[in-house]
Design a protein around this ligand. Structure first.
Ligand SMILES: Cc1ncc(COP(=O)(O)O)c(C=O)c1O
Length: 413
């Protein structure tokens, strides 16, 4: 099909305004193939993927070991019958219990990040018998009703009010505000170890650990939303590993499915899981825990270990960040700050209009980047953790030349 025909169908049957916005940004390619860190369109143009599907492609696109694991299950029994036991789910649950910190042990498998967050919220209410949640301003936890209530951006929330009762939002990285907000009614504090869609906001060292202590002092739980930070993105298995926090519940998704299967998990300690152990059918999912998805998860975690991707995420991420910081020093009129941890990097731009322009210029030179959902002034870099340094060097060249053009136009933006 001609690209124009595909876009017209998007315009007519998916959404006219988002299609027009993408066209306006110069996006008129139809993706056809992907491998590693590249996406090739139907005309044969190759793009370097520095967005990584919002963080989904930790092991890259179409990793052969994940493909092989999924194909094996597809031939045998792709989706669980829901009554008998299945081996991939058992193996993935065991492995997640091993790599998650502290006493996290039990898993509920689901299909997306927002479902993983919903599960955490429900399990926290069940375990504590309390209703209140404390979340952070500018947080992003998903867009279904429960996780949307935890999300801290009014633009996404206001059209859907009334949302759930009992949610309080405090400034991120502000422990005294957190301490003031958490009380004996609080079921849980929910936080991202690094705010992703909020603009790649890295808190002070020890923030998650101290948040855990504040929550526990009042008998509340700590929920770590690791949907974006988890599975190696920040250079450790999980974002909380950086300060040794031990959450009671963790939401995992995105990269867990290896960029091949939709997969998420609610992971909890025995104490947090108490209500579900008593009444396991209070929370269920038809698709969750399917063989293909769980086998993709097992293979993904194996690939991360075999290819040393936690260390590579740390090293390549630091190299990438240093390169961007150099460009930022050259163009302070465009880039205000560079933030990040591992392969989760954000460029905070001086002007909002600069984000769209930079994105369009880079895509024009076949490097895919995007801004963060809550903060369009921040361009995020979240490539596959497998990206080699020579490719990073090329991306930095494209970035420098694009920033130079933005600098020339900045007054008019
Ligand atoms: C921290 C965090 N939590 C939850 C979600 C929601 O995940 P999904 O889009 O898979 O529902 C996201 C998505 O970007 C996220 O970054």
């Amino acid at each position: 099909m001609h690209p124009e025909e595909v876009m017209q169908k998007y315009e007519t049957y998916i959404n006219p305004s988002s299609t027009r916005l993408f066209r306006f940004m110069g996006l008129s390619s139809i993706e056809a193939q992907a491998e590693g860190w590249t996406i090739t369109d139907t005309e044969g143009t190759e793009f370097i993927d520095c967005l990584g599907g919002f963080g989904m492609f930790a092991v890259g696109h179409k990793h052969p070991k994940v493909v092989e694991a999924v194909e094996r299950e597809q031939r045998a029994m792709p989706m669980c019958g829901k009554v008998l036991f299945n081996e991939p789910a058992a193996l993935l649950a065991e492995k997640l219990a091993e790599i998650t910190p502290g006493a996290l042990q039990y898993n509920f498998f689901c299909n997306s990040g927002t479902e993983a967050v919903e599960g955490c919220l429900k399990v926290a209410r069940l375990a504590t018998g309390r209703r209140k949640f404390v979340a952070a301003k500018n947080a992003f936890h998903g867009k279904t009703f429960g996780s949307l209530t935890a999300t801290g951006r009014d633009m996404y929330r206001d059209p859907f009010k009334p949302l759930l009762e009992g949610f309080v939002h405090v400034p991120f990285n502000d422990l005294s505000a957190l301490e003031d907000a958490v009380d004996e009614e609080t079921a849980a504090v929910i936080l991202e170890p690094v705010q992703g869609e909020g603009g790649i906001n890295v808190p002070a060292d020890g923030y998650m650990k101290q948040a855990e202590e504040i929550a526990h002092k009042k008998g509340a739980l700590l929920i770590a939303d690791e949907v974006q930070t988890g599975i190696g993105r920040t250079g450790a298995w999980f974002g909380v590993n950086h300060d040794g926090a031990r959450p009671d519940l963790m939401a995992v998704a995105k990269a867990l499915g290896g960029g091949i299967m939709p997969l998420g998990s609610v992971v909890g300690t025995e104490a947090a899981w108490k209500g579900l152990i008593e009444a396991p059918f209070l929370h269920t999912s038809t698709f969750g825990g399917g063989q293909m998805a769980c086998a993709a998860g097992v293979a993904t975690l194996q690939v991360i270990e075999e290819e040393n991707l936690l260390q590579r995420s740390t090293e390549t991420g630091a190299y990438f960040k240093r390169g961007i910081e150099e460009i930022a020093r050259e163009f302070p009129q465009v880039i205000k700050e560079v933030r990040g941890r591992g392969m989760m990097i954000g460029m905070d731009l001086v002007k909002e209009g600069a984000g769209g322009m930079l994105m369009a210029l880079m895509i024009d030179q076949h490097v895919i980047v995007a801004y963060t959902l809550n903060n369009p002034k921040v361009i995020r870099i979240e490539p596959p953790l497998t990206m080699p340094k020579q490719v990073v060097d090329h991306v930095l060249e494209v970035l420098r030349s694009s920033i130079k053009q933005v600098a020339a136009a900045i007054e008019d933006l």
